[in-house]
Design a protein around this ligand. Structure first.
Ligand code: PLP
Length: 464
């Protein structure tokens, strides 16, 4: 076997990573260089000659770091981006070192077994039925695609149609009933499933973004054919939670499949205090969530769970003469996900759950909720600002009133000033036709001081 110098590049990477992570609290939460400057620093022609691995790592970090957004900061509130727990990040490094192809038990038994264990822990923590099947995917997008793909098989099967054999051409009509404030990944999943955007039946939501059950009932009575219902636990803007239990009971009376998009919000089920808001989630058929949001597992980490393991496997399983398929109850990870060769994503999820424990996940969720409420209370009291949502989980929407008659413009200017200011970072959005500043408290490092400093920056930027 050829010799390798591991200590050089890995030692360099370790030192650079620790220096970066330790420097985050002091670092402005913004990025200064332009795309042209980053291209200049990182670009150039492909070199002809090999280079020393340690130098490659050092030079890459020197060129890239100015353009790295410190999203691991306790004052990063953009999109819904969690930080990374130390145990999960370290386990993720081992995933690279071990470099398992986590498709087959035969290619890496520990990667397979850790998924079994982590999958069971996730289901237990979220209060889902024992025995649900679990796939570790890249994202909530991939999880929603998978859940709806399994559901499509099942609902068409109920109408005597074999999707795997006959495809969609000539199939009975399919409808996807989903709230008007759904996340765009549901529409993308519909596109990838070739159902066509016309198959989406938007169901009216209330002012917070919760699906209205009477509107769903009317649609279920109106729509013939095979029906999928996609519910949401945690609206990306307001954090609103659909009444999933009620929806599941009603949809099941009509033979529909019920999916839950709980990309971040599903973790609220781990909190005894917040769990009642998610009542009945266990009665759905499939669920998607992310490790890389509220659980603070590094990217990428999505999870799909399914109450119908056989259907899940039927829709996803991979076969091939050269594949050494697992027998005797062993688990081939590929059977639950759309990928084939894949990273061993179970390890960091396992490490996150092992390091937090049941209590630690509940504390993380409840702390984020309390900090989101602290934001909302302080911002609601500030002159010239209004809070647009009831804080249900960890999301807060704020709007600048402005001095003239252009609150949208004033809010947009507030977003731009804040993003350049460097105290904290958050994105803008449009909620029910109105511009808003969008705060997501998803990072395990955020504390009261981060919130208070950020509120002061928002107030300052709104006045300037
Ligand atoms: C409700 C909801 N669904 C889906 C997604 C997409 O998640 P991902 O980017 O992991 O696919 C998000 C992202 O914020 C979300 O909030």
């Amino acid at each position: 076997m050829r010799e390798a110098d591991w200590k050089g590049p890995l030692g360099e990477a370790h030192e650079l990573a620790v220096r970066y992570l330790e420097g985050i609290p002091e670092r402005p939460v913004t990025v200064a260089p332009t795309a042209a400057e980053l291209r200049e620093a990182l670009g150039g022609a492909l070199p002809d000659a090999p280079a020393d691995a340690g130098s490659v790592v050092a030079e890459l970090a020197r060129a890239a770091e100015p353009g790295i957004m410190p999203s691991g900061s306790g004052r990063y509130f953009g999109f819904v981006i969690g930080g990374a727990l130390p145990a999960a990040m370290a386990a993720d490094w081992l995933v690279s070192a071990w470099d398992q192809n986590a498709a087959l038990y035969a290619a890496g038994p520990s990667a397979s077994v850790v998924e079994e264990v982590a999958g069971r822990w996730v289901a237990d923590l979220l209060g889902l039925p024992a025995g649900v099947s679990v796939g570790f995917v890249t994202s909530a997008q991939a999880a929603t695609f998978t859940g709806l793909r399994v559901g499509l098989d099942v609902v068409l099967g109920r109408h005597g149609w074999d999707l795997a054999r006959d495809g969609l051409s000539g199939a009975p009509p399919v409808r996807l009933l989903v709230g008007t404030t759904r996340h765009g990944t549901v529409d993308r999943a519909v596109r990838f499933l070739n159902l066509g955007a016309a198959s989406i039946v938007p169901i009216e939501s209330d002012r917070q973004g919760r699906m209205l059950v009477p509107a769903l009932r009317a649609a279920l009575e109106r729509e013939a054919g095979s029906v999928l219902v996609s519910t949401q636990v945690g609206d990306v803007n307001t954090g609103a939670v659909d009444p999933v239990g009620e929806i599941a009971d009603l949809a099941h009376e009509h033979g529909a499949w019920v999916h839950v998009d709980g990309a971040f919000g599903l973790w609220a089920a781990a909190s005894p205090a917040l769990r009642p808001r998610l009542a009945g989630i266990e009665r759905a058929d499939s669920w998607s969530t992310d490790g890389h949001k509220w659980l603070n597992v590094p990217y990428d980490s999505g999870i799909v769970l399914c109450a119908h393991p056989e259907a899940h496997r039927r829709a996803m399983a991979a076969r091939g003469g050269y594949l050494q398929t697992a027998t005797d109850g062993r688990r081939d990870e590929v059977d639950y996900v759309p990928d084939h060769s894949r990273r061993a994503r179970g390890f960091p999820v396992y490490a996150a759950l092992r390091s937090l424990g049941r209590q630690g996940v509940a504390d993380l969720v409840e702390r984020s909720y309390a900090l989101a409420c602290r934001f909302a209370d302080q911002l609601a009291d500030a002159d010239g600002l209004e809070v647009l949502n009831e804080v249900e989980l960890n999301q807060v929407l704020v709007r600048a009133r402005g001095t003239g008659d252009d609150p949208d413009g004033a809010t947009q200017r507030l977003v731009e000033r804040l993003q350049a200011d460097g105290t904290a970072w958050m994105s803008g959005t449009t909620w029910q036709g109105r511009a808003a500043l969008r705060i997501s408290v998803s990072n395990w490092r955020t504390d009261e001081e981060d919130v208070d400093r950020t509120v002061a920056a928002i107030v300052r930027c709104a006045r300037s």
